[in-house]
Design a protein around this ligand. Structure first.
Ligand code: PEP
Ligand code: MG
Length: 872
């Protein structure tokens, strides 16, 4: 039978799955010869066994007893001993870091007698009672379920009685008193505090195992896609004491700045404190420089040690340490959570420092991190009223209505954007923080719970806004004379720490030099080309700035809106008089030529796929119902028959019950060839004109909604005829490829035939998804799709992430058939899926040539394509 418990040395190399991240880190540090208090790890299978059978496995307890004996020997202390008592910490730690979500106990092994022994031995009764009162409160909370705030309340009351501003002002006598009060509270809850250290240990292990399934841990796993079946390991470790006098303390830190990635050790330290004091905001911690001033040798040893850890793990670390009477101990190291901006800088710097390769640097920067970096920021806040300023804990600017509890955040986020405002957050708030668009706290530092969690979520946060008072019960916050009530709007800027009254305008952020660098490295790895969906010269210019390598979809119908154009478009569609049709078309020709010139110029020397008119015609016509009411009103007033009546008759004639499957795309182009002729002429004339001016326009003409080979061949013939006419007139010849969209399931099935008539395919995965699943693009979301996602009928929204099992099969089949029929066929995607990382990965695997997406998503597509190429 495999052992369930391993001491740190024996655990070396067994991996996080078995040992949890904390256990694996401690074992690794011990192996590296770093100063780590000794201990042992109860592995995750023991937890899983406990969770299944609700009792500790028999084998486990024998092994724990053996290891306690071993720890007594190596530490030369006795568990429960009246001399030299051994105290231990019992800490949770799963494969994936879940900061603060599960439970941990410190100072286990203390009872009335061992506390006295500790006081005598250290000659420091204050320290002994401080440790004991901490243990009872932790044990009461974690094992007995007595809410922590009840202990905190007793502490606050004692401080008031003693007129103490913080815990350091309490002396040994006070802390002994506090311990007695804690014990009474414990007894009030129906039980005697267990004095037997073995009973304490057994109950602690059970409680830590059980904390795998507490509400906040379950929520955290859901939010971070961590499987529920991993279980937690438990680390039992000899205590070292940060609360043992003036030269002791406890701290946490990062090897680089977790906000910016700057290569500078960053951390916080609290003298005379233990465990969670730093993150819990008991006293305001000092920066690591304070440690440097007061204990310079310890500081330099710390710096050296964590640098070594960073080199060893080839990644930025976050670490916890304790200093006991001037001696340094490392208690944890792990890959640090960081903002996405910091992730980019750290990845680049580690590659430049030679610790990792460029490929690794790219792999460490995920598309979702990039999405977070492209977070909005404030445009200009000079007019805005500054309410308060705190620490810039997590970047991004956001406005929202103030709520004062997680419950309110969850409820009100259903209707509006909310900012969660609290004195400080705790792991209980994880769901509320997730529901809020931003977080503001009055207390806490850069490593406080709110700061760490918000950064992990990529949510703007300002913490430690100390001038702010929060009263959640009455529903207000106050800074000076200004009071803000629940529901009022604030804007916070997580990059500067500023908080403004009311709403302040925000803009998308600009790319940083680090991002540019990483994207350039990504470009060198990817095979897929990235094009943009853009319909105006402005969008085309922006897309090119973002790195687009052409336009994959220019939707010409988007050019038909606007006051100057719509009347001509309506005339073109509705008239049955050839002259009037010609008049409208000649106006539109002029406009379209200009449009195309601007776009070709912005994309000079890059391909621009112009799609001929596609949308259902009702999008351009007056609304039937409105028009009908107008005419009925006129008739009821006996007004003379108006022009409106004719229009109504024509709109009725053109009306379709199911316009998405109606007269659109190639069907319109073939039945109303004058529209096609106008558009092709505008494209060709614009290109010829630019070519003559020494530019390099590269238009491609694309036919939408093709389902029949004959549709394609006949349309292609019409297009070619117009092109030849224009080339003749212009005395110039250009190579303008003609291709088809593949967006009807039938087109996928006859792709081999279509390929003989097309220079390229572009998958319109929006329509292809609509028609393959039979889900309306326009209506599904509100009617049933969101319910389907909630119910787990669907895992992803198929309009956002390609349904690879269904729609993907069609794409794959059409790609293979198309290429078989025509080896030089170019194939791309221009549906929304062209900007979705998971779908891009799929398109890469299929061997497509390019994806096309909206200009703002170009950087994400570039990075996703590189990730796809790097995937083994
Ligand atoms: C598509 O159907 O995927 C497509 C790109 O065309 P549209 O969204 O304009 O219908
Ligand atoms: Mg379409």
């Amino acid at each position: 039978m495999n052992p369930l418990v391993y001491h740190f040395e024996a655990a070396h190399g067994l991996g996080k799955e078995l040992l949890g991240g904390k256990g694996a880190g401690l074992s690794e540090m011990m192996h590296l010869g770093l100063p780590v208090p000794n201990g042992f790890i109860i592995s995750t299978p023991a937890c899983l066994d406990f969770l299944t059978h609700k009792t500790l496995p028999v084998q486990l307890w024998d092994e724990v007893l053996t290891h306690i004996g071993w720890l007594e020997q190596t530490s030369k202390k006795v568990f429960g001993g009246l001399q030299n008592p051994l105290l231990v910490s019992v800490r949770s730690g799963a494969k994936f870091s879940m900061p603060g979500m599960m439970d941990t106990l410190l100072n286990l092994g203390l009872n009335d007698q061992t506390t006295q022994a500790l006081a005598d031995e250290t000659n420091n009764p204050r320290f002994a009672w401080d440790s004991y009162r901490r243990f009872i409160a932790l044990y009461g909370d974690v094992v007995q379920g007595i809410p922590k705030h009840r202990f905190d309340h007793l502490m606050d009351r004692l401080k008031e009685e003693r007129q103490a501003s913080n815990d350091l002002d309490l002396n040994a006598f006070d802390l002994e008193q506090l311990t007695r009060r804690f014990k009474s509270l414990y007894l009030e809850q129906g039980d005697q505090f267990p004095e037997d250290p073995m009973v304490q240990l057994e109950n602690a292990v059970r409680a830590v195992f059980a904390s795998w399934n507490n509400r906040r841990a379950v929520t955290y796993r859901q939010l971070n896609s961590i499987p529920d079946n991993l279980g937690t390991a438990v680390t039992v470790q000899e205590m070292v004491f940060g609360n043992l006098g003036q030269t002791s303390g406890t701290g946490v830190g990062f090897t680089r700045d977790p906000n910016t990635g700057e290569n500078k050790i960053f951390g916080e330290f609290l003298f005379q404190a233990q465990g969670e004091d730093v993150v819990a905001g008991i006293r305001t911690p000092e920066p690591l420089e304070a440690l440097e001033r007061r204990l310079p040798d310890v500081h330099s040893q710390l710096v050296e040690t964590v640098r070594l850890l960073e080199r060893h793990y080839q990644d930025m670390q976050d670490f916890e340490f304790t200093v006991e009477q001037g001696k340094l101990f490392l208690l944890q190291t792990r890959g640090a959570k960081r903002t996405s901006l910091a992730a980019a800088k750290v990845a680049i710097d580690l590659a430049l420092e030679g610790l990792i390769s460029r490929q690794q640097a790219i792999e460490r920067f995920t598309p979702s991190m990039l999405e977070q970096v492209l977070h909005p920021r404030l445009i200009s806040h000079h007019q805005a009223t500054l309410l308060t300023k705190g620490l810039p804990a997590s970047p991004g600017a956001v406005s929202g209505a103030v709520v004062f509890s997680s419950e309110a955040a969850l409820e009100e986020a259903k209707y509006k954007k909310v900012l969660l405002v609290t004195t400080e957050t705790s792991p209980e708030d994880i769901a509320g923080m997730n529901a809020a668009v931003g977080i503001l706290t009055a207390r806490g530092g850069m490593t406080s719970h709110a700061a760490v969690v918000a950064r992990g979520m990529g949510k703007p946060a300002v913490v430690g806004a100390e001038t702010m008072r929060v009263n959640p019960l009455e529903g207000w916050l106050q800074v000076g004379d200004t009071r803000v009530l629940a529901g009022e709007i604030l804007t916070l800027d997580g990059a500067s720490g500023q908080v403004f009254l009311g709403e302040v305008a925000v803009e998308a952020s600009q790319a940083s030099p680090e991002l540019e660098q990483l994207l350039l490295w990504a470009d060198a790895q990817r095979r897929l080309k990235i094009r943009a969906n853009a319909d105006t010269p402005k969008d085309a210019t922006r897309a090119r700035q973002f790195g687009a390598e052409g336009i994959g979809l220019c939707r010409t119908e988007h050019m038909f809106f606007g006051d100057q154009r719509l009347p001509w478009v309506r005339q073109m569609i509705m008239t049955q008089d050839i002259k009037k049709e010609q008049e409208a078309l000649s106006h539109l020709l002029e406009m379209q030529r200009n449009d195309f010139q601007g776009i070709f110029l912005a994309m000079d020397d890059l391909p621009v796929t112009v799609r001929l008119l596609d949308p259902p015609l009702h999008e351009f016509l007056p609304v039937l119902e409105t028009l009908a009411v107008e005419v009925a009103l006129q008739q009821s007033k006996n007004e003379a028959p108006s022009q409106n009546q004719d229009v109504l008759a024509r709109v009725r004639q053109l009306h379709e019950t199911n316009p998405m499957m109606g007269l659109r795309g190639v069907r319109l182009l073939l039945t109303r060839p004058a529209i096609l002729e106008m558009q092709v002429r505008a494209i060709a004339e614009a290109a010829c004109d630019l070519q003559k001016k020494g530019k390099h326009p590269r238009p491609e003409i694309m036919i939408p909604l093709v389902g029949l080979t004959s549709e394609l061949s006949q349309t292609r013939a019409l297009i070619k005829k117009v092109l030849e006419q224009v080339f003749d007139e212009q005395k110039i010849e250009l190579d303008i490829p003609i291709g088809t969209m593949i967006e009807i399931p039938r087109a996928c099935l006859i792709a081999d035939q279509l390929a003989t008539q097309a220079d390229f395919f572009s998958f319109g995965t929006n329509d292809l998804t609509q028609m393959t699943l039979g889900f309306s693009r326009d209506d599904a979301q509100g009617k049933f799709l969101s319910r389907y996602l909630e119910m787990g009928v669907l895992e992803d929204d198929p309009f956002a992430t390609l349904d690879t099992a269904g729609v993907g099969q069609l794409v794959e089949q059409a790609t293979q058939a198309g290429l078989k029929a025509r080896a030089d066929l170019k194939i791309g995607v221009c549906g929304e899926h062209g900007g979705d990382p998971a779908s891009i990965n799929y398109f890469h695997q299929l061997g497509l040539d390019y994806v096309s997406c909206s200009p703002f998503r170009i950087p994400i597509a570039r990075l996703s394509a590189a990730h796809a190429a790097l995937k083994k």
